[in-house]
Every structure is written in structure tokens, then in C-alpha cells.
Design a binder for this molecule. Structure first.
Ligand code: BMA
Length: 838
């Protein structure tokens, strides 16, 4: 069997008119090619996006030459693992194939067009936007949250712009392309479907073979082989292998991730993959939405994943590895691949298999009604069949979900009238996709959409059933409202915060830089995003007076909001079986709901999330008109410890204390009411409760202490912050020790303000007088004087104790002219661009 021969060299790209030409990288896309050739500015900087819209309306032709010497195989196929999107493929002037679906791969027989010697391969990409507009014209309008017609083309939806992403409509050969020559038999598809029963794992290996005559197929695991012969007129065999006493694959936090090599042969062809042995179920009785792996019910500590770059070919294994490692650092056990993005590449799922990260995979449909007519209908069926089969080998994949918010949109967002009876995608989510999953991979649960309550007769976003998305918080209500919800699965909830300072500075050249300066507003895509940030701050903090205060406080508020939500949902286990935070990552530098920004920098939310998602969590929650200490034990061992809750004055004095004995069974939650002396403050403005583990052998560094303040920060009498600092060299960087002389609320150091490469290991630490915190910074040689001053080292006291308004007035006066101009320009930009989701 001759291997796949990549054809990745010597490509060029040119516009149909021939005006624009550049060398091309394959796999790649037109934007990155033009950027590399110096023909366009970086689309991620300032408002360059706006000037590059023409690229998405242009036809692009990719061409290369290669030589072929005729190897005498029976078959020569041109394999295109991914074409983005409206493509015509020609070999030596002969049209050998076409495509209009980024989510599929193609194999074109090219024997008739191939020549011995030099060959010319060309792929012409029509404008995806114009294709979608034409189809919309033809099939009739379908409503959605955005005006761009991404629902009329099978292409990554967020490429058309989203409330965190720019509109950069790509074209290109986005996955490997090459020749595959073969004779006899070729393994076209392998679906290793795993079930576990009575201590034995059974792998039903479904093998589909393309071949000329009969073919012998085999499958081997752990030295045990099963064989079969597929007759001449057949194409599939099922080989069953049993693994007694299997080492089961578990999600992280539940056990190991052993992988077994599975080898499949058909004639000369060999397919090898590491698979995991495990079983997954979705329990939905009485409205529940609980995943169970190997019979163990799991609380989902999740994050939503969006494409990590608008140009997905830039996301290789290293980038995935870095981002998923960050997910693990925040103690996440599940990543939801959201429906406005992609079926990610093999590397993504392979890394998740190894890390024990469960994957909830949305089919790529989001926030719009989708036409079910052909060509979309046929494309969806073909794409789903390919992807369900492709991903069936990955133990990490635990759930297929039909779409993001389309059932909710149909039921609740006023779509039915404008649809005038036209199809909206319901047939996909309720018929096509469940049928394909049931046929090709019945071992995986399928759920029609998120949110969805289990029946089209029920409101899709009913907290009592199925999955729920909570967006009234952020859009219009304070984050403490999370506590009013008792969802079975909080599949989306999020709160915005700006990107790290160094990221903003790299991407935006505004001078002065203001929350509403032109560039920063361009990198804020949410409807009224900055107004919502301000509205979200208002109940908690004084109005920030400077850009630096705004930046810090909005980041802190984002972290506080999500921490509160996560702790509340975890405390509801097992009624609530998971929280999936919107969102882990970004695709470019932007103000968004992410924990990690578009340059990969951790935002303060990241550190809050790590604490809130720790295996063991202590949290103070309102219960029965009072307060309770809730201990969440998401480990397999009982948690027996002593804890103490103390009501302190801000000067550190202990005003009341209560000792509590924790005995929390494995994977359970214990709620212990706190007594009135602890919960009733003498002065709500200058007291707090701190609850921590005290024994058996002192505190537990893995469990963060729980804090409760009796009033929002703006109403607290936080002291003027005083502390001592010491910086010393540490391996790879330096250690900054801060010793509090007063209470310090949400102390954080932002070393990226001094050196964009510098990162710190922790942020948002609250200290009582006399306590100390250590911050490990991964970069040496920072200006140590600047390191310990605002805005690099800072806490909430800086703003609350000093009152921000005076500084604000001063800075506003100086800067108002520029920012008024910025606002005017932005309004005209907005009017000219997409009408964003309301
Ligand atoms: C949900 C998501 C995304 C969106 C987010 C923030 O609707 O599914 O579409 O980016 O909210 O508005």
C-alpha cells in the first residue's frame, strides 16, 4: 500500500482578476497567505478587519505543480481532508471534484486526469459569502441572532462574525491535501464501539472497506485478534473483541486514562489507533441531565470552547495542547465544542483522550434557523455520517448535541412568524442527527440541542429539565441572580471582562487608551458590551476613574460573577449535574467572556475558576434565611476534616467563631448551617466571614478558604491598603511576597504590564492583616519598583478606599475631546457593519 503523498508544496494563490497574487501555504487560508506576503495588515490589529472585508467577496485560485511517475496502482485518489468552502478542483484543466462544505473531507478519483511527468493542480474558491447569499435568495430567509447568512453554508459560523469575533470570511485548503495510491483494498472507515458489561469491555469494530474483490479484515487488541472476510459484494464487517478486566478510561479526577492500541487490517492496508475502554450514559429521568461514566455519575466542571483562531489552520497540536493544559489547570473535566465552530482536528480529541477531558460535541449549528432543503440537507447528512464515524474512536467524546440555541430560538425568539412555515433545522436535530448517531455510534448519548428540556412541548430553557443557558445575567441582571436558578445542567453562563493589558497593547494602538476609545470598542463585539460591563460593575464597585481602574475592576467583576455562579451550581449537586462556563478561550484579542484571552494570557477569571473548580471546595451560601458553609467533595475519598468559620473585623480581630466537623462522603455535598454569632455582623461595612480547613493536620493548601462579605465592595469601608513586599529570584523568574498590614481585597499582580512575556501563577488573593501571599512570576529582570506599585500590584482597596471619582473627573476632563470623537466614529462604524444580536 503506498502511503498518502501530501501535495503541500509550491502553491500560489491569486484573485480571479489576477490583481492580487502571493505564495501560498497549504494547509492554510487566503488571509494568512496575504498576511505572510505583506499584502494586507494583520486583521487582528486595530480596526484592520473593517478594511479586509473584500477578501470574503473575492474568488481565489490556488495552484501548484507536481510531478508524478505512475506507480502502477489500481487507484489514484486525490484526498482533500478539508476545503474551505466553495471549491472546484481541477487537475490539468479537468474538473475532478467540487465541494461546498468545510466540515467534510473528499476523495476524488483522478486517474483519468493525471499525467506522467508534470501535473497542474488548481482549486478555485468562490466567495462563501456570495454563495450563502445566493442560497438565501433561493431558499428564502431564515431568522437568526445575526444578519450574516452563515446558516446557508456549511462553514464555521463564527467566521462570519460573532459577539466576540471579527468578520473574516476565509477561503483555502484548510486541511491536508494529497495523492493516495492503492490497490486491492482500502480501509475507508473504522468505528470501534465500546461497551462495558460485567467487568468485560467489548469492542465492536465496524470496518468499512473499499475494494475490488473479497477482502480479509482483522482487528487486534491486546494480542487478541478477530478476523472476517468481506465478500466481493459486501463492504462492511463487524469484528468483536473482548477485553476481560479492562483498565477503564476515566475522566480526569475519576481515575486514569489508559489507552489500548487497536490495529485493523484489510488486505495490505493497516489502521492503528489508541482507544479507551469506557462506557457513557446520559441520565435524563425526571428532567435530570447527568452524565455517568462507567456507572459513576459525574459533576461536569466544564468550559465552552470556541475556535481558538479565526484562521483554524494556525491551531496545531501545540496550540491545542497549551489551551487544553490551561483548561486542566482550571480543574475542568469537560470541554464543550460549541456549535458555532468546528468539528476540531484529530489532535484536539487525541489530547482530550490523554488528558481525561470529556468532550461534549455540538453539531455545528448555532443561533439561527437553518434550511433543511438541499443542498444543505444532503450536506448535513453526509457531514454528520463522516464526523460521527471519525470521532467514534475517541473515549473523550461523551456527548453529541444537535445545536446551540436553535431550538430556543425557534421557540422563544420570535422566529416562527418570519419563517412562514419554512424549515428551520428541527428535522436535523430531531430526526437526521439522532438517526445518524443511533446508526453509526449508539454508544454515545445524543441530545437535540442546548438548551433543550427533553421535549418540543416544553420550554427549551426550563431550569428544571435538561440543559439551560443563563444569559439574563450579563445582558440585564446582576450576577447574584445566578443564585435564583436551580438548573439541572448550566450549559452556558458567562460574564465579560477585557483581555490582559499586554494583549490590548499589542493589538490596539489607541492613544490615549480608554474603555471607549476607538480601537478598544472595535474589539468589543457584544451589543452594548461596554454599557453592560458598566451596569455589571455598578452594584459592586464605585465608578472606575481611570482606564487602569476600569480594566482591573471589570476583570475582577468577571471573575467574581463566574466564581459565584460555579460555586452555587456545585453546591446544588446532584440536582445540578454540571456547569459549563462560557467561555474558555478567544479567537483574537477582544473583550469577551473568556478566561484565557486571544493571546493565550490568563485573565483573573482563570485563577478564580481554578479555585471554584477545585476538587474540594468550601463556599458560604445563603440558606434558609441565613448562611451555611457548603463543602463540596468531588473526589473518590471521604472528606473528613475540621473547619472553622470566623467573623472578623477588617482589622483582623476575630469577633465570633464556629468550629465545624466535615464528614463529606465521596462525590457529595455537605451543607452546615452557620450560627448567628458568625452570620450576624455588628457592622456589615467592616466585617467578613472567613471559613477554612483547620485540621486534622493544619490547613489544606488545596482548599481555598471561603469568604463572605456582608455588603458589596462599594459599600465596604475597606482600609487604605498597606503592605510590605519582597522580591527574590526564584527558578525561572522571581517570587514576590506580599505581607498584608491591612485587609487586602483581591490582591493581584499584572507583570505583563512590565514585560508582555511575564505571567504570574495566581491572582485575586484576599489577605487579612498579617497574612502573606506569594506570587510566582515566570520572568526575571522586571523593574522591581514598578512591580510593587499600582497598576501592576493592586487590590480593590485601591479604588474603594481612595474613591475613584476624583481621579476620573480629572482624567475625563483631559481626555473628553478624544473620547467623544472616538464614540462618534464608532457609532458610524457600527451603523455600517453587521447588525449584532440583540
Ligand atoms: C451564547 C453562545 C454564543 C454567544 C454567547 C454570548 O448564545 O452560544 O452564541 O457568544 O452566548 O452572547
Amino acid at each position: 500500500m503506498s502511503p498518502f503523498r501530501p501535495l503541500h508544496d509550491a502553491w500560489t494563490v491569486r484573485s480571479a482578476s489576477g490583481d492580487v497574487r502571493a505564495p501560498a501555504t497549504v494547509p492554510g487560508c487566503v488571509h494568512t497567505d496575504l498576511l505572510a506576503a505583506g499584502l494586507i495588515p494583520d486583521p487582528y490589529l486595530d480596526d484592520n478587519e473593517t478594511h479586509l472585508a473584500w477578501i470574503g467577496r473575492t474568488e481565489w485560485r490556488y495552484e501548484t505543480e507536481f510531478s508524478w511517475d505512475g506507480t502502477g496502482h489500481e487507484h489514484v485518489d486525490l484526498v482533500c481532508q478539508g476545503l474551505d468552502t466553495v471549491a472546484a478542483v481541477e487537475l490539468n484543466g479537468v474538473r475532478v471534484g467540487e465541494s461546498a462544505n468545510m466540515h467534510r473531507s473528499y476523495r476524488f478519483d483522478v486517474r483519468h486526469a493525471l499525467r506522467t511527468g508534470s501535473n497542474r493542480l488548481a482549486v478555485t474558491f468562490g466567495s462563501a459569502l456570495e454563495y450563502a447569499e445566493r442560497l438565501r435568495e433561493e431558499l428564502g430567509h431564515r431568522p437568526g441572532a445575526y444578519t450574516q447568512p452563515y446558516n446557508f453554508i456549511r462553514k464555521m459560523a463564527c467566521n462570519f462574525g460573532w459577539d466576540w469575533g471579527p468578520t473574516l470570511i476565509t477561503a483555502g485548503i484548510w486541511r491536508p491535501i494529497g495523492l493516495h495510491e492503492w490497490s486491492g483494498a482500502r480501509i475507508a472507515e473504522v468505528r470501534p464501539l465500546v461497551t462495558v458489561e460485567d467487568g468485560t469491555a467489548r469492542v465492536d469494530v465496524h470496518v468499512r472497506v473499499e475494494k475490488t474483490g473479497a477482502a480479509e479484515v482483522s482487528a487486534t487488541i491486546e494480542g487478541v485478534t478477530a478476523r472476517a472476510v468481506i465478500p466481493e459484494d459486501g463492504e462492511e464487517a463487524v469484528l468483536t473483541l473482548e477485553v476481560p478486566d479492562p483498565r477503564l478510561w476515566w475522566p480526569r479526577g475519576y481515575g486514569e486514562q489508559p489507552l489500548y492500541e487497536l490495529e485493523v487490517t484489510a488486505g495490505e492496508d493497516v489502521w492503528r489507533r489508541e482507544i479507551g475502554l469506557r462506557e457513557v450514559r446520559l441520565r435524563t429521568e425526571d428532567g435530570a441531565f447527568t452524565l455517568a461514566v462507567n456507572g459513576v455519575e459525574v459533576f461536569v466542571r466544564g468550559v465552552n470552547w470556541i475556535p481558538d483562531d479565526c484562521f483554524p489552520t494556525r491551531v496545531g497540536r501545540d496550540r491545542y495542547a497549551a489551551r487544553l493544559a490551561q483548561a486542566c489547570e482550571t480543574n475542568v473535566n469537560l470541554v464543550r465544542v460549541w456549535g458555532g465552530g468546528l468539528y476540531e482536528s484529530e489532535d484536539f480529541y487525541d489530547l482530550c483522550d490523554r488528558l481525561g477531558l470529556m468532550v461534549w460535541q455540538d453539531f455545528p449549528f448555532a443561533c439561527a434557523a437553518y434550511p433543511e432543503e438541499d443542498p444543505i440537507g444532503a450536506e448535513v447528512e453526509a457531514e454528520a455520517r463522516e464526523q460521527v464515524a471519525r470521532l467514534s474512536a475517541h473515549p473523550s467524546l461523551v456527548l453529541w448535541c444537535g445545536n446551540n440555541e436553535n431550538i430556543e430560538g425557534y421557540a422563544d425568539w420570535g422566529w416562527q412568524e418570519p419563517l412562514q412555515g419554512r424549515s428551520w433545522g428541527g428535522g436535523f436535530y430531531l430526526e437526521t442527527l439522532p438517526r445518524v448517531v443511533a446508526e453509526l455510534d449508539p454508544t454515545r448519548p445524543y441530545w437535540p440541542g442546548s438548551p433543550y428540556s427533553g421535549s418540543m412541548d416544553l420550554p427549551p430553557n426550563d431550569p428544571a429539565r435538561g440543559t439551560m443557558h443563563i444569559w439574563d445575567v450579563w445582558n440585564e441582571r446582576d450576577y447574584t441572580v445566578y443564585r435564583d436558578y436551580r438548573p439541572r445542567m448550566a450549559a452556558e453562563f458567562g460574564f465579560q471582562g477585557p483581555a490582559a493589558y499586554a494583549t490590548i497593547r499589542r493589538a490596539i494602538s489607541d492613544e490615549p487608551l480608554l474603555p471607549d476609545s476607538r480601537g478598544l470598542l472595535h474589539h468589543q463585539k457584544a451589543v452594548d458590551g461596554n454599557l453592560k460591563l458598566a451596569a455589571g460593575l455598578k452594584p459592586h464597585f464605585p465608578v472606575p476613574g481611570t482606564f487602569d481602574d476600569w480594566h482591573y475592576l471589570t476583570q475582577v467583576n468577571q471573575a467574581r460573577a463566574i466564581q459565584l455562579g460555579v460555586e452555587h451550581f456545585r453546591a446544588l449537586w446532584p440536582h445540578c449535574a454540571g456547569s459549563v462556563v462560557w467561555q474558555l478561550n478567544d479567537c483574537w484579542p477582544v473583550t469577551s467572556w473568556s478566561a484565557v484571552d486571544g493571546d493565550g494570557r490568563r485573565k483573573p477569571l482563570f485563577h478564580a475558576l481554578r479555585r471554584a473548580y477545585a476538587d474540594r471546595l468550601l463556599t458560604v451560601q445563603p440558606r434558609d434565611g441565613g448562611l451555611a458553609l457548603v463543602a463540596v467533595n468531588d473526589t473518590a475519598r471521604p472528606w473528613r476534616a475540621s473547619a472553622r468559620a470566623v467573623r472578623h473585623g477588617f482589622d483582623g480581630t476575630a469577633l465570633a467563631a464556629q468550629d465545624l466537623a466535615l464528614d463529606v462522603p465521596p462525590r457529595a455535598v455537605l451543607t452546615l448551617p452557620l450560627a448567628a454569632p458568625v452570620t450576624e455582623p455588628g457592622d456589615p461595612a467592616s466585617e467578613l466571614i472567613a471559613a477554612a480547613i483547620t485540621g486534622p493536620s493544619g490547613g489544606d493548601p488545596a482548599v481555598a478558604r471561603a469568604l463572605w462579605f456582608f455588603a458589596p465592595d462599594r459599600d465596604l469601608r475597606l482600609p487604605e491598603p498597606r503592605y510590605d513586599t519582597a522580591a527574590e529570584a526564584a527558578p525561572g523568574g522571581l517570587r514576590l511576597t506580599v505581607t498584608a498590614r491591612t485587609l487586602l481585597r483581591d490582591l493581584a499582580v499584572f507583570p505583563d504590564r512590565l514585560d508582555p512575556e511575564a505571567e504570574v501563577g495566581d491572582q485575586l488573593v484576599t489577605l487579612l492583616p498579617g497574612e502573606r501571599a506569594e506570587f510566582l512570576i515566570d520572568t526575571a529582570g522586571l523593574d522591581e519598583e514598578a512591580l510593587v506599585r499600582v497598576p501592576v500590584l493592586r487590590c480593590v482597596n485601591d479604588v474603594v478606599a481612595r474613591g475613584s471619582a476624583a481621579a476620573w473627573t480629572e482624567e475625563r476632563r483631559e481626555r473628553s475631546d478624544q473620547s467623544d470623537e472616538g464614540r462618534r466614529r464608532l457609532q458610524s462604524d457600527r451603523a455600517a457593519s453587521t447588525e449584532w444580536r440583540q
